[in-house]
Design a protein around this ligand. Structure first.
Ligand code: AMP
Ligand code: ZN
Length: 314
């Protein structure tokens, strides 16, 4: 009986997500494509993202973070120094291109002309799609950090191969991240204090946020152990917003993470005293937060509460 109810609930949740997606497409806020999770964004949608960017910049002003921007692809050699392919092979994207001669190009074109697969003539290149926008940063920090560690303000597109009809689950989406790298205790304290500030900031936009212990979707059987470690040691906390009433407990719009030495060890990043540094980050999903605002306050921004519009400059 309870299984039946769970199935009904899952079906109703799917339907609610598809209906929300249709509302977003009808309103012209997102522009659909033939591939699930790949959308264009309208000017009205981008205005929300820009407002949000400004709010987050203001929130982080006391950090005096070093601003860095990386493109949405980064060197494969750096990717290979992390264990992302072990943990998240199913989310990974690698760029392929054509690097052969005229003869092979003619073969490719004749295969294509007859409707056959032509991508076999492409080869993986030395660039991968950025999955988490802090990955390209860590590769640049090899060596010793300044006294007190370093704080960075990052923003950019990430790719995760998770096609879905849920408009909150995109394959290509923006994140804004504030990353601390330094002494282990400082990293933990950074994560905890910025989690509170992030919650306060998102709540100020009228979002009914909660903080929930969470885990990353580590792949396969080996991943199960990584998931239980992450939960047991409270390394990841998500800030969630309920979007579908009782059907779902909430979708993550941001996360606060203790990376420990997970990304500092591969690049041998050390504190000023020479100990292995730890990393911590607070990551905001830009599209997800904009979508949560639309779901909470309505599709028409003109009807949003005045104080929310004022904060976002809308
Ligand atoms: P994570 O590094 O997984 O904690 O992701 C940081 C934030 O990015 C999450 O809290 C979400 O807001 C956002 N995010 C993660 N995956 C997706 C996705 N597939 N589509 C849209 N936003 C996402
Ligand atoms: Zn990060």
């Amino acid at each position: 009986m309870s299984n039946m109810l769970d199935t009904d609930r899952a079906t109703a949740l799917d339907a609610a997500r598809v209906a929300f997606r249709a509302e977003l497409l009808d309103a012209g806020l997102l522009i659909g494509s033939t591939v699930p999770g790949i959308y264009g964004r309208s000017g009205a949608f981008e205005a929300i993202i820009s407002g949000l960017d400004a709010v987050l910049g203001e929130m982080a002003r006391p950090l005096a973070a070093t601003v860095l921007r990386f493109p949405p692809v980064y060197p494969r050699v750096d990717f290979e120094r992390t264990d992302y392919i072990a943990s998240f092979p199913d989310l990974t994207g690698i760029v392929s291109s054509f690097d052969r001669g005229d003869r092979e190009h003619r073969e490719l074109l004749s295969a294509r002309a007859t409707g056959e697969a032509w991508d076999g003539w492409l080869d993986p290149t030395d660039v991968v799609l950025t999955n988490a926008i802090c990955h390209p940063l860590y590769a640049t920090l090899e060596g010793r950090l300044p006294v007190g560690g370093s704080v960075f303000d990052l923003s950019g597109y990430g790719f995760r191969r998770e096609p879905s009809s849920d408009p909150m689950r995109l394959q290509s989406f923006r994140m804004r991240e504030f990353v601390f790298v330094g002494a282990p205790d400082d990293a933990q304290e950074y994560r905890d204090s910025w989690l509170d500030i992030a919650i306060e900031t998102l709540a100020s936009l009228g979002l009914p946020v909660s903080a929930v212990p969470a885990n990353d979707p580590f792949f396969g059987r080996a991943g199960k152990m990584l998931i239980s470690n992450q939960l047991r040691e409270n390394l990841k906390v998500e800030i969630t917003v309920p979007l579908y009433g009782d059907l779902h407990e909430g979708t993550a719009i941001a996360s606060a993470n203790c990376q420990r030495d997970h990304l500092t060890a591969p690049f041998d990043i050390r504190t000023s005293e020479g100990a292995l540094a730890h990393g911590a980050c607070v990551a905001f999903g830009m599209e997800r937060t904009a979508l949560a605002l639309l779901r909470t306050h309505g599709m028409d921004v003109a009807g949003w509460p005045g104080e929310v519009r004022a904060l976002l400059g809308l």
